[in-house]
Design a protein around this ligand. Sequence first.
Ligand code: ZN
Length: 302
Amino acid sequence: MFPTGRAVDTRLCWIDTHAHLDDAIFAPGASHSGARELARARGVALCVLPAVHRGNWPAVAALAHATGDAYALGIHPLWVPQATDADLQALDELLHQRRSDPHLVAVGEIGLDFFVPALCTPTMRLRQQQVFRAQLKLAKAHGLPVLLHVRKSADVIVKHLREVWGVTSGQALPVGQAGIAHAFNGSIEQAHALLRLGFCLGAGGAMTFESARQLRHLAATLPASAWVMETDSPDIPPQWLYATAAQRASGQHQGANTPAELPRIGAEMAALRGVAASAWARQTTANALTAVPGLQTIILNK
Ligand SMILES: [Zn+2]
């Protein structure tokens, strides 16, 4: 699984496979500007920074270089209403230009969001699927894995993946190089459909809530090779940062999620599975290096 020649010690390192570190709260002087360094001190060796629209591609790429992290380029479903075919053309050109950049590791964040009402009109559902398919084809053409945003859309996403990749429903692909279904929160059947297409599933703050019974069941019982860890910073706060509606009404702020929370989120998941946190760090880091092979080069150079 690892390139030969140099051993990778993954015992004490975590990979945050989904962190929007370009968010304003992480900017120099802003409320969480020290979060990346704190995360590093807690053992988060690497973050993957997904881009969300054309205007933010250069900033995400520059930030990943500055912090020694990885990045992905793509158009997020929430930005599909503003996206044009020229943006898809620009993505193709940028992926071509940057193909030799070792920090570029995936196409993302791409997918389908059938939860946000404005994206669920017939026109927008169709447009989302056009933009998603176009980006799947770009990922295939450029030989990159994808970071998937799957929200109330897992079955449709699986259908498009099978069509674009030319895979039948009975066919299973080996895990690795398809990419990551980020913040997975679907059924066991949907989990297995994505795993059979070679994806890993991203686990984060949502799994830390005791009320998330189905997700915690999947977190505890799916094969160890299925999972990678993520925070989705600054979104999806874990249970210990979450303020209820009543708490917010009484003036308590919603806690912002940062990559520094990842080791604790990982330890929660390890406890659900009955394994040591260090073993789970090692397992999920190895999984991330398999799901997104470009991460191997970055981590070897650290
Ligand atoms: Zn995201």
